[in-house]
Design a protein around this ligand. Structure first.
Ligand SMILES: O=C(O)CCC(=O)C(=O)O
Ligand SMILES: [Fe+2]
Length: 288
């Protein structure tokens, strides 16, 4: 649970850093799940002659980058809804994460389907950092009137060098800015960026960053030779539209109707598989 001072700071600035929230036993199952995915891909690529080594001795934060130099496809389709792992599903229901969410969105909590695992490769390998945007800009307009909380969770230390987040403090009060599609992702054009100094937010593994759906943020370039692994998850009150009605949301906590909590992994996995197969070409963004 957040203190009154932490909540006031979040509402004042549009973001909040919380240190030492998660422990090894919160993060390790997810790291092991993704390590197993990378290991399986490495073995397949090696059998196909596409990589010269399994790089099996490399640590979690470097193995994928080493493999991707030789076989860039190893780093594709790693997102939450693509891998659909059991440990990742359980992490979406992590009680420490939900306690934080409850402080800001109340006790009827939905997990929004806009949920990502990011394995950000070094810029030297061609990866581009996430450009300036507001998360409100990635939802359908149905969600515009409402508060949606983003929780950004590093799986490795996020540093100035490896591409930590940057936010524009108090920008959550300025309303939705115009976004446009670019080859590097959806972004706010420079003339629409309000004045002010961005604040970089380096955070250790175990910390989390909270921000508001209208807060402007971006990532710094990953100038290291390692992978910046992170999750970004979104939670809101159950009455709020998700902004992505074609993807599966689910109730993760309910003080009023606890029986509505959906903690069935196979059902979540199958809902995602169905939704992705059923909605190819869906217009995810309002912007052209
Ligand atoms: O992690 C990133 O590079 C971008 C994260 C982001 O935009 C978000 O969490 O909403
Ligand atoms: Fe974002």
């Amino acid at each position: 649970m957040l203190t009154a001072a932490q909540m006031a700071s979040f509402h004042e600035n549009g973001y909040l850093v919380l240190e030492n929230v998660l422990r090894e036993d919160d993060l390790q199952p997810v790291v092991e799940e993704y390590s197993a995915v990378i290991d399986e891909r490495a073995r397949r690529l090696w059998a196909e002659g596409k990589v010269s080594s399994l790089y099996a001795d490399e640590p979690f934060e470097r193995r994928l980058a080493r493999l991707a130099v030789e076989a860039p496809e190893v780093a594709s389709e790693l997102d939450i809804m693509q891998v659909r792992g059991a440990a990742t599903f359980r992490f979406l229901l992590n009680p420490k994460v939900l306690d934080i969410a409850e402080s800001l969105v109340g006790g009827e909590i939905v997990c929004n389907p806009t949920q990502h695992l990011r394995a950000v490769l070094p810029v030297q390998q061609g990866a581009r950092p996430t450009p300036w945007h507001q998360d409100a800009g990635v939802f359908w307009p149905e969600a515009d009137p409402y508060f949606i909380l983003t929780i950004w969770i590093p799986l490795v230390d996020a540093t100035l060098e490896n591409g930590c987040l940057e936010v524009l403090p108090q920008s959550h009060r300025l309303g939705l800015r115009r976004h446009q599609m670019t080859p590097h992702g959806l972004t706010i054009p420079p003339e629409e960026i309000p004045p002010g100094d961005p604040v970089p937010l380096p955070v250790r593994r175990g910390s989390v960053i909270l921000f508001h759906n209208y807060t402007l943020h971006r990532a710094r370039p990953n100038e290291s030779d390692t992978v910046r692994w992170s999750f970004d998850l979104r939670y809101h009150d159950a009455a709020v539209p998700t902004g992505r009605p074609f993807y599966p949301s689910f109730i993760v906590r309910s003080r009023l109707r606890p029986a509505t909590v959906q903690d069935d992994y196979a059902m979540w996995r199958d809902r995602w598989a169905f939704a992705l197969a059923a909605t190819p070409g869906v217009k995810v963004y309002r912007w052209s």
